[in-house]
Ligand binder design. Structure first.
Ligand code: SF4
Length: 541
């Protein structure tokens, strides 16, 4: 190895296996191994000297071998909270083989001390500090910490990610990013701590160059804009969408898009129709709670003073499917919380709802408040989604205001009601009737079409295994859609395919919550140790 050469092995750590987000059964329908491709690592790969040799191993889709580690001069890894156990495992694997390891990503940035056994830690956004790391490495440094100023990185300097390192067939979708940061101020959110409240956007040319790169590599189909809130900077987005639309026309609609946005999107019909015209077909919205007091407490004021049902219905009218997040466990919740959430989900007709238990991340306003109030659990027996599952199975890492049993019972009731096959497919049917645009605009080559057709057949064959009621509901939904809005059928098939994962997953979470409730009732659960309010280690990194 000279200073100009280096063999870099990028290792994307494994997510905890049983999670709302991994959609394993749904991936299998299309022959994929995991929903999303790792965008962060391939962006870092593009920031390194291109004379360096690079390979990517995604532990969610393939096996990391001894030969991989032997090949590497340097290992780069890191990711989110739910990848923490595997990231730590990878660090130890590297140390045992004397391979220098660099860690970075959101969890490393929030809790760097946990990763102190890595040789190098890159904290914050990589764009402006990778050069410092490379210079240190080339001058022979064996360890170091590189810290970017929070929320200030100029994303217009971000290079086109190294999409060529991906095996596209392994994924349901590939991610790209237009902006970072969000102007809102939700108390539980770590995005605004990591990326700031002033959204920074890439240039139109930059994003179109990323799409050009994907197109040139032969990728077609689903592209996810992984922005924290795509509409955080509406002015820049409104300038970008016409450019995206004309790029899509010129290329004959090779992609269809999803993203994440705040509910105030519904207030802007111009923006909604521009998104639909650019071929956005799905949007994840954080609704969290239908209760105004709770929304005010969590500082999610953008969701108050509106009918959530009307807002969601406007998005459906534009031809865009809504996916939503809900959280149970806030201080202001009262009796009737479960009924309120169930009613909201049913009224708004949102089939896919990520319903989780509140989890206080240390680097958030919520984490700091609970620490001040002496209510944050601490130590190995505290619930922690980095150890198992996700916030569906391990939340409430603090002393709840209501009895813990009641909070868990409400959570269980919501899951039980919304993931029953008849209610789930009932909402899917209503979405089918409400979807405005209906027609799917996606021109993909024959192999992609055959993959979709095979996927539909597998879906029809596998749904009965979830339960006979599920299969009946699916065919009833297909028939209803064929009669009322046949062009919406591909979207309804997608929502039905997600139930292959969500139906059984919600049953497993319910069984888990039942055990927790039983432990409380039988006195087998005792609250974990509380973090001392003056514990600075637990406050923001
Ligand atoms: S709207 Fe979403 S990204 Fe923005 S602060 Fe709230 S939770 Fe975070």
């Amino acid at each position: 190895m000279t200073v100009d050469t280096c063999k870099v092995l990028m290792i994307f750590p494994r997510f905890n296996t049983d999670s709302f987000w991994n959609y394993r059964a749904t991936c299998e329908l299309k022959g994929a191994r995991y929903p999303a491709a790792p965008l962060g690592l391939i962006t870092v790969a593009a920031l390194l000297p291109q004379s360096w040799e690079m390979r990517l191993v995604n532990r969610n889709t393939e096996t990391l071998t001894e030969t991989d580690l032997e090949w590497a001069d340097l290992v780069m890894t890191g990711g989110m909270l739910f990848q923490q156990p595997d990231t730590l495992r990878i660090i130890e694997l590297c140390r045992a083989r004397a391979r220098p390891v660099v860690v970075g990503g959101p969890d490393v940035t929030s809790t760097p001390d946990i990763y102190s056994r890595a040789n190098f830690r890159v904290l914050g956004e990589a764009e402006e500090i990778m050069d410092d790391f490379v210079a240190a490495w080339q001058s022979g440094a064996e360890q170091g910490v590189f810290r970017a100023p929070m929320g200030q990185t100029d994303v217009t300097k971000s290079p086109v990610p190294r999409f060529d390192l991906l095996k596209f067939e392994d994924y349901l979708h590939v991610g790209i990013q237009f902006s970072r940061g969000c102007p809102f101020n939700c108390e539980f959110c770590d995005i605004i701590e990591l990326y700031g409240r002033v959204p920074r956007t890439k240039t139109n040319e930059q994003v179109l160059a990323e799409l050009d790169a994907l197109y040139a590599l032969g990728y077609r189909g689903h592209v996810d804009f992984v922005d924290d809130n795509l509409i955080g900077n509406k002015k820049a987005l409104k300038k970008f969408l016409p450019a995206l639309q004309s790029w899509m026309h010129k290329k004959k609609f090779p992609f269809e898009f999803t993203t994440e946005a705040s509910i105030n999107l519904a207030d802007d019909p111009e923006l909604l129709s521009a998104l639909a015209a650019a071929n956005f077909f799905g949007i994840f919205v954080g609704i969290e709670s239908p209760d105004t007091d709770t929304l005010v407490l969590m500082r999610k004021k953008q969701n108050t003073r509106r009918s959530l049902q009307e807002s969601v219905s406007k998005i459906y009218s534009a031809g865009i499917v809504v996916f939503a997040g809900f959280i149970v466990g806030f201080d202001s919740e009262k009796a009737g919380t479960a009924e309120g959430i169930i009613e909201c989900i049913e009224d708004a007709a949102i089939p896919v709802c990520a319903v989780g238990l509140l989890y206080a991340l240390s680097a958030t306003q919520l984490g700091r408040r609970l620490l001040r109030e002496g209510r944050l659990f601490y130590g190995h027996d505290a619930p922690s989604p980095q150890d198992e599952g996700d916030q569906c199975t391990a939340g409430l890492n603090f002393e709840t205001k209501r009895p813990r049993r009641e909070v868990l019972a409400d959570y269980r009731a919501v899951l039980d009601a919304v993931y029953d096959p008849s209610t789930y497919f009932g909402r899917v049917r209503r979405v089918g009737r409400m979807l405005g645009r209906g027609k799917r605009r996606l021109k993909v080559p024959l192999p992609y079409m055959l993959r979709d057709a095979r996927g539909f057949l597998r879906l029809a064959l596998r749904l009965p295994a979830v339960g006979p009621r599920t299969a009946r509901q699916f065919w009833k939904t297909v028939l209803d859609c064929a009669i009322h809005n046949p062009r919406a059928l591909p979207f309804l098939c997608m929502l039905s395919a997600l139930y292959l994962h969500l139906g059984p997953f919600s049953r497993r979470v319910i069984a888990h919550v039942d055990r927790q409730i039983e432990d409380i009732e039988l006195g087998r659960w005792s609250p974990p140790r509380l973090a001392p309010a003056e514990d600075k280690e637990l406050s923001v990194a």
